[in-house]
Design a protein around this ligand. Structure first.
Ligand code: NOJ
Length: 684
């Protein structure tokens, strides 16, 4: 009986909440329709304009103060403005406009806000969706306390070519995993209610295919078969839409010969019609105007025409809508209903954020002071950072460091660099970042620090002193790799090897006979074969954010047993990159232009799919990562239950310390009517 009552109550709840959301929806529709009736065409177009209020994060920033336009109701959103007081100032200007339509403030909150979290690629190495969601949750709490309503994240572009510098911003190479990470990040940013003052709008980017530029060169052309797109690159975008992402960003690149920003197939057909996406699409920085560089539009007017027709709702920075859309409508070239559709989508999200009730609800300086950099945020950042570290090698169980260790020779300037620890594209407060050096000193061991290597000049320095320090210590810890700025937007590289001099230093240190632990700090997969050969222990620590030093120390000293797995294959040499065989010329072309022609033969055989199917040996493939303990797996028992395949497997920790293992399930299609790689990840 009790059960029945519970059941009945539940049904009632479901019915009332569905009815409630319908009323909310119709209330919103009435409000937005009422408002739109009062808007002039100029004010409508105003809502479609987004400008940078602060610094530039793209080319050709006009750097014009927009305050006057804002008070005339001619701006819908600002980017790159943050801080409760600062956003309030602009919102006050918006409140002077005739219809008092609030602005939304957007920023690239990519991995944490003032409390920095690991790079998204690093975080993806956790294979821990809860941790990933917590990362975005914390970023949303801090960003919203600084007046922000919107982040241009997550980047869900599948990327397997480590030459592309932006791989740091995604979840790596696998469409199944990438889709789950996309959903977790959207949930983290948006929570379950956008009107809560600690949630923000997310933005799935870059739609579509931005992670597949020819030869790994940022902004290069994207040319792929529809089969490759649908099976490999598309799933995470779709997952983002399914998770309820509020906005999408169109990509800079052209997609099969048409710029993504003016691409009706992508924006109108696929996203809005087939997937039923109800939010709005913003362009990437200046990408409407850039259609002229693509020779897809002859002037601002044609660019605006093609973008609005394709379903691009808000224009970031290039101002083509602002300059020409009113006349395009007046001349009858663009039906006003297209403008109305875009405006409605934007106003609906402003409504859902609660900005029409209180435009200043996110501009609370008191909340800003208490939330940002709070103890809770720091704890979360450390939690996620520990889980992002991947143990690549541990010969002779050098790690974890034994409690008997008294003296550590710490080598490498990266160990002391707060800026690098933040990682690229970071909003973190640099002065509050805990470096490895600081954290290690707090562990109560004597730390003998030496640069050992000049990162700017790319050469070994003070070799004898460094080796002497190593000889007098119990263990050597060497922080090496890339500097943070070496990955990110516009940071494509022809050669992803760690410099031979930096690697030689490791070999010299190993020759001292002391155990050497290498910390590989990087924003992308890198090649380091000499280190791999010589160093007994290697941890990939990426860039981990504000708590980097503490998290690394916790792993070094065994307070946390590493559980991360690589979300991208680390090539063993340059020619492991599939397209390398089609692309003999490394780096820029002789003409210095940022494009090259490459034939993509690899199709869906990339990353681990490539290595399993085509080339059998790879040292650090996708999904690879060790632990301080060992696990054994039973043979999986597979059964069919309720229309689902269930695989059961017994995992036993056969070592001496407790640990966590990511069990990965790969399947092969037994027979295929379309081409398939040998194995595909389907669960973990
Ligand atoms: C250009 C980048 O491609 C995009 O990801 C970013 O969100 C915008 N600039 C705004 O900063």
């Amino acid at each position: 009986m009790k059960k029945l009552i519970a059941y009945v109550c539940m049904m009632f709840f479901v019915l009332t909440s569905a009815a409630q959301s319908q009323t909310d929806e119709s209330k919103m529709n009435r409000f937005v329709s009422g408002l739109m009736k009062k808007m002039t065409l100029e004010e409508k177009v105003g809502q479609l304009n987004q400008y940078a209020g602060g610094f530039a994060t793209g080319p050709n920033n006009t750097r014009v103060s927009r305050t006057e336009d804002i008070s005339k109701g001619l701006v819908g959103s600002l980017l790159n403005v943050s801080g409760a007081a600062n956003t309030r100032k602009y919102q006050e200007a918006a409140m002077k406009s005739r219809l008092r339509i609030p602005l939304i403030f957007g920023l690239d909150v990519i991995h944490g806000f003032r409390t920095g979290f690991p790079l998204p690629l690093a975080e993806a190495a956790s294979f821990d969706l809860d941790a990933i969601e917590r990362g975005s949750r914390c970023a949303a709490k801090e960003a919203s306390a600084a007046g922000l309503h919107w982040t241009f994240a997550p980047m869900v572009d599948i990327s397997w070519d480590a030459r592309w510098g932006r791989v740091m911003e995604g979840a790596g190479e696998d469409p199944y995993y990438g889709s789950l990470v996309a959903k977790a990040r959207v949930r983290g940013f948006q929570g379950d209610d956008l009107s809560k003052e600690n949630t923000i709008l997310s933005c799935i980017k870059h739609f579509a295919g931005y992670g597949a530029p020819a030869a790994g060169k940022d902004y290069n052309s994207v040319d792929m078969s529809m089969g490759q797109f649908a099976n490999f690159y598309m799933p995470p975008y779709k997952a983002g839409a399914e998770a309820g992402a509020a906005t999408f960003m169109s990509a800079f690149n052209d997609f099969n010969n048409e710029p993504a920003t003016g691409n009706s197939f992508l924006l109108k057909e696929l996203l809005k019609k087939q997937w039923g996406f109800k939010g709005f699409v913003v362009s990437d920085w200046g990408s409407v105007g850039e259609m002229m560089n693509h020779r897809y539009a002859k002037d601002d007017k044609e660019a605006a025409y093609k973008a609005i027709k394709a379903g691009l709702d808000m224009e970031m920075e290039s101002g083509c809508y602002a300059k020409t859309l009113v006349s395009l409508v007046k001349e009858g070239k663009v039906p006003v209903k297209l403008v109305d559709d875009a405006v409605r989508r934007i106003l609906e999200l402003k409504y859902k954020l609660g900005l029409f009730d209180d435009p200043f609800r996110y501009c609370d300086e008191e909340r800003e002071r208490t939330v940002i950099g709070s103890k809770e945020s720091r704890k979360e950042a450390c939690y996620v950072a520990e889980r992002s570290i991947v143990l690549l090698k541990n010969e002779g169980s050098v790690l974890p460091l034994s409690p008997s260790i008294k003296k550590v020779a710490l080598v490498g300037a990266l160990a002391k660099s707060q800026e690098d620890m933040c990682g690229t594209w970071s909003c973190a407060e640099v002065s509050k970042v805990v470096t490895l050096y600081e954290a290690m000193k707090k562990k109560g061991v004597t730390v003998d620090y030496h640069d050992g290597y000049d990162l700017k000049k790319n050469q070994i320095v003070n070799l004898e002193q460094t080796l002497a320090a190593a000889r007098q210590s119990d263990v050597v810890v060497m922080a090496m790799g890339e500097q943070a700025w070496e990955s990110g937007e516009m940071r494509s590289k022809g050669d992803i090897s760690i410099s031979s001099e930096q690697q030689r230093l490791v070999s010299e240190l190993v020759k001292t006979g002391k155990p050497v632990v290498v910390l590989m700090m990087c924003g992308r997969p890198v090649i380091f074969n000499e280190v791999r050969r010589d160093a007994p222990a290697i941890l990939c620590t990426w860039w981990l954010g504000s708590e980097a030093g503490n998290a690394i120390c916790n792993v070094l000293f065994g307070d946390y047993n590493p559980s991360g797995k690589l979300p991208m294959t680390f090539p063993t040499d340059y020619f492991d990159i599939p397209s390398s065989k089609n692309f003999p010329m490394v780096g820029e072309t002789k003409s210095g232009k940022n494009f090259d022609y490459t034939n993509y033969e690899e199709d869906i055989w990339v990353g681990y799919r490539y290595f399993n199917t085509v080339k059998q040996s790879i040292v650090y493939p996708f999904g690879y990562g060790l632990s301080y303990t060992n696990f054994s797996f039973s043979k999986p028992k597979i059964e069919r239950k309720n229309n689902k395949w269930i695989a059961n497997i017994e995992v036993t920790n056969t070592g001496n310390v407790s640990g966590k293992e990511v069990v990965q399930l790969y399947i092969s299609a037994p027979e295929t009517f379309i081409q398939k790689p040998d194995i595909e990840l389907k669960a973990f």
